[in-house]
Design a protein around this ligand. Structure first.
Ligand code: B3K
Ligand code: ZN
Length: 874
């Protein structure tokens, strides 16, 4: 148990920095076990006279400290495990410090650490304090000059900005000096040193400047960076066109590393990526990998303006850069790959990750008010819901005003650290609108429930809509106020044809109603017949909506809604209701047949593309279904969902076979969205067939695996074989391992696949895999592949009635917390929602949380999450 009670950081306590640092010079003498860091800071007082200088610093061995050239005696300052305090400093002075750090021993992968024999850094949010003494907060912006010196075996010496100088040193050493002309907060600092290959390219910007582009990777891997490079160039051009944003330095670098706590990092001019989000070729990467690489390369690049040039005043403003940048990368991906499919995938991700957060102990506003560890707040709420809020803003004010507001934001805040209020103010100014009620989206946690009841009046030809909203309480926010919710809607006739109507005096076929009170009545006129309502088109707001429409309306929508999001959603709603009815012991077999038939018709629709059809074919996930069932019974959900799949497999058997044969690729591999869509549909068809593993299906799956010419199909074959289980799956697993054992990113897939195995005895096999020679808990990718995938992606096995799944996860959390608290904390989530499950399961989950909470020396990261999960108010 922790003996201290950590004190939260609160937004209301924000104070501007007492001192600013305009310039800094850092000198690194890079030695894996004993790196020396000299810092020379030009410090200027900005707060009250007489205040001492207080700098953050953790795990630093202080060698010396000097003010204006005078070396301080130990009595001139105070130093403890977290701070260096120097009283009696002048209003402007030069501070020089020297510290020693041990990158080799840094297993938390925060600050300066070693990965694959190379030096690399991760400073966001508060890692820079593990490198040198510094006011480690995002509102202190400084110009950095960095000198790196190392043995020549560390061939590349990289840091932010432009290379000023490089050369040889005696004793087999060499050095490089980098200067970043743009003032930045320390969390954007980066350095990399080591043996790396490079893929080079260049791009001419909108004003005609040539920018060198370099992607650094493990030796021999440069060809696998080609797709990332292509994505980068498309991102750079897109930001010029969509937002008028041009890149600013002459050089843009990306480095791929193997050991990284999350996806990637937007350090100024020197992005650092988890290799899994950068390297791809058809043999080793799936279409999903390609898609994510494109999105994340864009995301980190877009941060150059939304994050780096304009940054956050404090960490409570995290969504200012993250929600906005997710919105930008989603818009980019939509332009690249098709908006309907992209939207469906984004909403699926929101529902899978953010909706549960809102229903659990971690529910927090898009802009939180307090935290113990900011690392715990890089959440789906900040990122994905943060993006939804920007999307709603754009819907409410229109694309043109949205762009004008963004232009004003860039102009006004370039070079500054700012707040969400200042951002929204730009849109209020350009539109002349009062956006104060919109701001509630940033301050209020929870997913609003929206209901719509409709009444058609044939005589008056009107459709009366009664809309209402309410948001359930969340921890610390017992009562909620109404939010402005944009509800985009249209009408269909019973044959699925679009119907025009009059709204606010104009004829239209789609309107956006803003539900900004608890209840609102809206009347649509000029409605020729009793319509099918297509509401919340494109998922126009992050809410849970229910209507009083009968199931038959959903069949109309599934067949014909011109809004493809709602077409897909209609199918999901039908499937969800069928599965939940079955899970509650009330199966409706006739309705299940009808659903299977309707899906079959949707699959035969010549007009829609394959990627969309693959989404139609997939049922809601077990975790999505668990959110809609109180209390959730994971085994009942699993069985009911499988039963519906089986019915679909039987009903659609011929069609699935035809798809599987007809969509077989021949010729050159293409990673584009259309080809990926064809593979997605073909693999989905195979997977559905495999729920009914007759001999011919197993043969088909084995043939699919053996004939696969790319990783997407290889994984599709393995997935189908896993459903069938038995010897053919065991053979494929060992074949796959033998073939790919030298490729860490592929072996991650091998572990992740088995973590999702729902077959008999899966839990035992997953536990057994932790002793596999290739399992390495210290590598975040490997740990996530097995342990996080199991906790979040295999509800049936995780929620084993014995509680063994919970115990396994808790053991892993405690083990990992000993060396990497950030990663350990990320594993807590599957246990945190214990209140939503059957009481006997909830009690077992809770018991594991109590066990974790009582552990000696628990990190602040894990402590914050388990105490929130156990708190009474949740
Ligand atoms: N800004 C980083 C995330 C940092 C996470 C620190 N725990 C990557 C991104 O969102 O682009
Ligand atoms: Zn980001």
């Amino acid at each position: 148990m922790r003996t201290d009670t950590p004190q939260p950081v609160r937004l209301v306590d924000y104070r501007p920095p007492a001192f600013l640092i305009d310039e800094v010079r850092l000198d690194f003498d890079l030695i894996p076990t004993a790196t020396r860091v000299k810092a020379r800071l030009s410090v200027r007082r900005d707060g009250a006279a007489g205040e001492p200088l207080v700098l953050n610093g953790e795990r630093l061995k202080l060698i010396s400290v000097a003010v204006d050239g005078r070396v301080l005696a130990t009595s001139d300052y105070e130093v403890d495990a977290e701070f260096l305090r120097i009283p009696n400093v002048p209003d402007a002075f030069v501070l020089e410090t020297e510290v020693e750090i041990n990158p080799q021993a840094n297993t938390a992968l925060e600050g300066l650490y070693m990965s694959g024999g190379r030096f690399c850094t991760q400073c966001e949010a508060e890692g820079f304090r593990k490198i040198t003494y510094w006011p480690d907060r995002p509102d202190v912006l400084s110009r950095f000059t960095v000198r790196l010196e190392a043995d020549k075996a560390f061939h590349r010496l990289l840091s932010n900005g432009n290379l000023m100088e490089a050369g040889e040193m005696p004793g087999g050493r060499h050095y490089a000096v980098w200067n970043d002309p743009f003032p930045k907060p320390c969390y954007l600092f980066a350095l990399v040193a080591g043996e790396l290959d490079v893929l080079e390219d260049s791009l001419v910007t909108m004003s005609g400047r040539t920018v060198d582009l370099r992607i650094y990777v493990d030796p021999g891997m440069a060809p696998r960076a080609a797709y990332a490079m292509d994505s980068l160039k498309r991102s750079m051009k897109w930001d010029e066109q969509a937002f008028g944003r041009e890149y600013d330095l002459d050089l843009f670098m990306i480095v791929a590393v193997r050991d990284f706590n999350f996806g990637a990092m937007e350090n100024k001019g020197l992005n650092i990526f988890n290799a899994s989000l950068l390297l791809a070729d058809e043999a080793t990467a799936t279409d999903l990998d390609y898609e994510r690489i494109e999105g994340v390369v864009a995301h980190e690049y877009f941060h150059n303006w939304t994050g780096d040039r304009i940054t956050c005043r404090d960490w409570f403003q995290l969504c200012l850069k993250e929600g906005l940048t997710v919105f930008r990368d989603q818009s980019f991906s939509g332009d690249m790959r098709g908006h309907a499919v992209q939207r469906i995938k984004d909403v699926k991700a929101l529902r899978a990750r953010q909706f549960p957060e809102d229903q659990g102990p971690m529910a927090h506003p898009v802009r939180p008010n307090s935290f113990l560890k900011i690392d715990n707040f890089y959440t789906a709420t900040i990122y994905e819901k943060g993006s939804e809020v920007i999307r709603m803003l754009k819907t409410l004010i229109g694309a043109e005003d949205f762009r004008r507001g963004m232009d004003l934001y860039f102009e006004r805040w370039d070079g500054h650290a700012t707040t969400v209020e200042a951002f929204i103010e730009c849109f209020a100014e350009v539109t002349g609108r009062d956006l104060s009620n919109f701001f509630a989206w940033y301050e209020q946690a929870g997913t609003p429930r929206v209901t719509i009841a409709s009444r058609y009046d044939a005589d008056k030809r009107t459709l009366e809509l009664d809309l209402s909203q309410s948001t359930p309480p969340t921890p610390g926010q017992p009562s909620k106020r109404p939010l402005p919710i944009p509800v985009a809607l249209g009408l269909l006739d019973s044959d699925g044809r679009t119907m025009a109507f009059d709204y606010e005096g104009a004829a239209t076929d789609q309107a956006v109603i803003v539900l900004d009170e608890a209840r609102k009545r809206v009347v649509l006129s000029g409605v020729d017949s009793d319509p099918v309502l297509s509401a919340l088109r494109g998922f126009s707001a992050p809410v849970v909506m229910t209507t009083d429409a009968p199931p038959k309306d959903r069949y109309v929508a599934l067949a014909a809604d011109p809004d493809l999001f709602n077409r897909w959603e209609a199918g999901q709603d039908l499937a969800r209701d069928l599965i939940l009815a079955r899970a509650a012991g009330k199966p409706d077999e006739i309705a299940e047949e009808r659903y299977a038939e309707a899906v079959g018709r949707a699959l035969s629709d010549q007009a829609s593309d394959e990627a969309f059809k693959a989404l139609i074919l997939a049922l809601p996930s077990e975790s999505d279904l668990a959110l809609a069932m109180r209390p959730a019974d994971p085994q009942a959900i699993h069985a009911a969902r499988d039963a519906l799949r089986l019915r679909m497999a039987l009903h659609l058997d011929d069609m699935l076979k035809r798809l599987h044969i007809g969509l077989q690729e021949s010729g050159e591999f293409s990673a584009d969205a259309a080809a990926a869509g064809r593979r997605a549909l073909r693999n989905a068809a195979l997977e559905l067939m495999a729920i009914n593993p007759r001999g011919d299906v197993v043969e088909r799956a084995a043939g699919h695996y053996q004939a696969s010419g790319n990783m997407t199909d290889a994984m599709g074959g393995m997935q189908a074989l896993m459903l069938a289980g038995g010897e053919p799956f065991a053979e494929a697993l060992s074949d796959f391992y033998a073939r790919w054992k030298a490729e860490p990113l592929v072996i991650d897939k091998w572990f992740a696949l088995q973590a999702r195995d729902q077959g008999e005895g899966a839990l035992g096999r997953v536990m057994g895999l932790t002793t596999h020679p290739a399992f390495d808990a210290k590598n975040p990718n490997r740990l996530r592949a097995l342990v996080a995938t199991f906790g979040a992606g295999n509800p049936a096995a995780f929620h084993d009635p014995s509680g063994a799944g919970y115990r396994f996860l808790a053991d892993q959390i405690l083990m990992v917390d000993g060396f990497n608290p950030m990663i350990a904390a990320r594993l807590v989530d599957p246990l945190a929602g214990w209140r939503r499950y059957l009481p006997e399961l909830g009690a077992l989950m809770r018991a594991e949380l109590v066990r974790i909470a009582g552990h000696e020396g628990l990190s602040k990261n894990v402590y914050e999450l388990v105490t929130r999960a156990l708190a009474e108010s949740a």
